[in-house]
Design a protein around this ligand. Structure first.
Ligand code: ZN
Length: 548
């Protein structure tokens, strides 16, 4: 008996020694989680329903409850690039998901790149996307250079997986544009055996015929199942249950579109993330690794059903479990005290215009090209017949070569065009490119001017940039994001795990602070970052602890 006690005591001492030794270095793995379209108030609205991963992150982690993007064009690619680089669009260059490329005369995607080839895992090969248009290094790029980190990222969206990774990575995986499979590109070395093995063993088509039903007791849902303006994908009605199926009776574009707009998309990404962490042995070799996962389905569900829907609430109840399962797997793979997690979102979402109007608010939807057409007519009226506008893409209006200069040379004409645009019921402000290009705009106390300037990239932005009134948006879906409002700009930031001091932090913070905070934990540099380390959430370094 006594010997047994001694053995236990010795074993306990050994364990505590091992822990003390391992507790002195940086984490072995950084997990970057982006939940696409996770508005800040979802945490306070839904946290009572969380019992697994999201609850663990919130209660054991550092929650920044007053975080917001400072710029105007709150879109997916800009948000992911901001999180990964710690810089803002005016510096990292990703001002939108798409923009008008003056040289080619075409709208280009933020991750579009003609040079690499798409490489499919099963389905079609897709486009050969890369991070070539991202102008500054990511956290993952720096960790790879300075620490030899392995980098694995995944998402349903190319732009999300790519911006989280950066220029080079071990595996970057997304759904192809035809929706019928997973892919990567030769920019990331082509097909990866571990990804192929997972995809082959886990066909998305296995979810064909499955229903999406409510996971919470009926009384927990705050709003009716059907609200005005909902736009479910083809084959679904606005009411539960939503069955993943198609009119052809087999997996086709209709099924894949539904699948991406269901909890099955998140669950799949969570499983793939855990499997790739295992096959790449992330966090289990000499240095530190990066796992980046962007859950896209909450965004697609939000676009279809709106932020007050039962569907959005249900997605978060299920994402709580998906993230819980992922964290459990990482506990076993890496050790529960050996990794650090940062969770945030790329943007929030605005209310559904039809619902806002019922509340007596001024709201509405526009076609993307609508403002360009207003400008075309106003310019022709001021300067005579001709073709003035090359493209209108969301908030940006681009003139044909030389035409903006021609308008500027006749101040009355440019004023007339700006006045006509400003009269539109959707428009709050109209900025001329020289106002946003002026370096003083970034430091302005005029918050709308500052937000527009932080989204302005000279070679990619329009000649005129429009700030929309709250509730007005460019979309054919139920709702969207992309404005400088609290609904679109405010998102949660949560850090969890090794090196993090738990608590709720009410100080102002930005998603641009996320990777600078991780960089401080890992002791690497991010020379182009504009965000700052959120030091209040960092635990004191172990080395400064004094012995009794
Ligand atoms: Zn997004």
């Amino acid at each position: 008996m006594r010997r047994a006690l001694i053995t236990i005591a010795v074993a306990a001492a050994l364990v505590s020694t091992t822990r003390a030794q391992t507790a002195s270095g940086p984490p072995k793995l950084a997990v970057l989680i982006v939940v696409d379209q996770m508005r800040a108030d979802y945490v306070t609205r839904f946290r009572g329903e969380w019992s697994s991963g999201l609850r663990r992150l919130l209660t054991k982690g550092a929650w920044f409850s007053n975080a917001a993007y400072p710029y105007m064009l709150t879109f997916t690619c800009a948000g992911h690039a901001t999180v990964s680089t710690g810089a803002l669009p005016h510096r990292h260059g990703i001002m939108q998901n798409t923009w008008f490329d003056r040289q080619s005369g075409k709208i280009v995607r933020c991750s579009e790149d003609d040079r690499p080839a798409g490489v499919g895992y099963g389905g079609s090969n897709g486009e050969g996307d890369s991070a070539a248009r991202l102008l500054v290094p990511t956290f993952a790029d720096q960790m790879r250079r300075e620490k030899g980190a392995r980098v694995v990222t995944l998402s349903l969206k190319a732009r999300s997986a790519i911006m989280l990774a950066g220029q080079v990575a071990d595996a970057v995986t997304w759904r192809n544009e035809a929706l019928d499979g997973w892919q990567t590109s030769t920019a990331y070395g082509g097909a990866v055996a571990a990804v192929k093995a997972f995809v082959d063993a886990n066909p998305v088509e296995a979810d064909y015929g499955k229903p999406w039903i409510r996971t919470l007791p009926r009384g927990r849902y705050r709003y009716p199942d059907t609200l005005p303006g909902e736009m479910p994908p083809g084959g679904w009605s606005p009411v539960f249950p939503h069955v993943l199926t198609s009119r052809t009776g087999k997996p086709d574009a209709e099924f894949y579109t539904q699948w991406e707009r269901s909890p099955y998309g998140d669950e799949y990404l969570g499983r793939m993330a855990a499997a790739l962490a295992a096959s790449f042995e992330l966090g289990r070799h000499d240095t530190t690794d990066i796992l980046g996962v962007s859950f896209s389905s909450p965004d697609l569900v939000g676009h279809a059903f709106g932020p007050l829907s039962e569907e959005v609430q249900d997605m978060y109840a299920r994402l709580d479990r998906t993230i819980g399962t992922l964290l459990d797997r990482l506990d076993r793979l890496v050790g529960s005290d050996q990794y650090v997690v940062a969770l945030t979102s790329d943007h929030g979402v605005s209310g559904v215009p039809e619902q806002l109007k019922l509340d007596g608010k001024n709201a509405g939807k526009l076609n993307i090209r609508a403002l360009g057409e207003v400008v075309e007519r106003a310019a022709a009226e001021a300067l005579g017949p001709g073709k003035y506008v090359a493209n209108g893409n969301y908030n940006d209006v681009y003139f044909e070569p030389g035409m903006y200069e021609k308008l500027k040379a006749s101040p009355a004409a440019l004023n007339a065009v700006v006045a006509e645009l400003s009269k539109q019921p959707s428009v709050a402000r109209v900025f001329r490119r020289e106002e946003l290009y002026d370096p003083s705009a970034i430091g302005s106390t005029d918050q709308t001017l500052r937000a527009a300037a932080l989204s302005f990239v000279a070679e990619r932005s329009g000649d005129l940039v429009v700030a929309m009134k709250p509730g007005w948006m460019f979309t054919g879906l139920a709702t969207t994001h992309g404005s400088a409002t609290d609904d679109d700009q405010r998102v949660p930031i949560i850090f969890f795990g090794r090196g993090i001091k738990p608590g709720e932090y009410r100080e102002a913070a930005s998603p641009a602070d996320v990777t600078p905070t991780l960089a401080a934990i890992f002791g690497i540099t991010m020379p182009q970052a504009e965000g700052r380390p959120l030091r209040s959430a960092l635990a004191a370094p172990v080395s400064t602890a004094t012995r009794p």
